[in-house]
Design a protein around this ligand. Sequence first.
Ligand SMILES: NC(=O)c1ccc[n+]([C@@H]2O[C@H](COP(=O)([O-])OP(=O)(O)OC[C@H]3O[C@@H](n4cnc5c(N)ncnc54)[C@H](O)[C@@H]3O)[C@@H](O)[C@H]2O)c1
Length: 253
Amino acid sequence: MLVPNRFQNRVAVITGGASGIGEGIARRIGQEGGQVVLFDISADSLQRAAAAMQAQKIKVDTAVVDVGDEESVITAFQTVVQRYGQLDIMVNCAGIAGPTSVPILDYPADDFDRVIRVNLRGAYLSTKYAVKHMLPRGYGRILHMASMGGKDGNPGMVGYASSKAGLMGLVKGIGKEYAEAGITVNGLAPAVIRTPMNEDTAPEMLEYMIAKIPMRRLGTVDEVASLACWIVSEEASFNTGFIFDLSGGRATY
Ligand SMILES: NC(=O)c1ccc[n+]([C@@H]2O[C@H](COP(=O)([O-])OP(=O)(O)OC[C@H]3O[C@@H](n4cnc5c(N)ncnc54)[C@H](O)[C@@H]3O)[C@@H](O)[C@H]2O)c1
């Protein structure tokens, strides 16, 4: 259920905002009154997502950004602050799965590096430059999409599982660094959510993941957006350095 005007006068960057979970979170922040800026590597997807949001009267802007490239990230955040005067929220949803159902002996090192570069280096860079622009105003909400795969470890996805486990360490450490600065840094660890990301996931891998979920179904983007929007709202003022659960009962810690 939408919370009217919850994000009025807030400026939110959503990385990976042109598809799936990021797009869903951006749409909801926009529907609740926020100015959203979608960062994504895919210009085509950005155009499509922005047009759909504009049709819903959402205040949306876009930037083609590679979250693994420091210059690209620096420039994009600077442009947001120059254009809108502030940055209140950063939700990092840019991510790639990399190979699935591939044991480590057959998992190429280049693929490992590629997944780490987007999922972990991207998280480091987007956090670093979001914090930089949030500090002067003493307010900020940062949220990263982690994954059950980083908590439990899914076999056959060594790059992905490692990147998400690393991301959770980042959240816990940086949450503590800025705990007294008005900036919260949290993560969310969904089980499988129906999005374009898992269109190419091997069917046996999807079955394996669904079988582990007590609710026996995939989660939805709306379910992720609902929790994510609370975590990045002003109301979530005593939560930082924490990995929230969204797993249909799968997570046990
Ligand atoms: N879908 C799931 O089941 C699931 C479960 C747990 C966690 N997650 C995580 O949620 C996040 C979003 O996943 P999704 O399912 O919405 O995927 P998605 O593929 O629909 O969206 C990911 C977006 O990230 C963008 N992207 C990829 N590389 C980028 C880069 N270098 N720079 C900027 N943007 C880049 C893509 O273009 C795409 O628009 C990911 O971090 C993913 O690991 C997804």
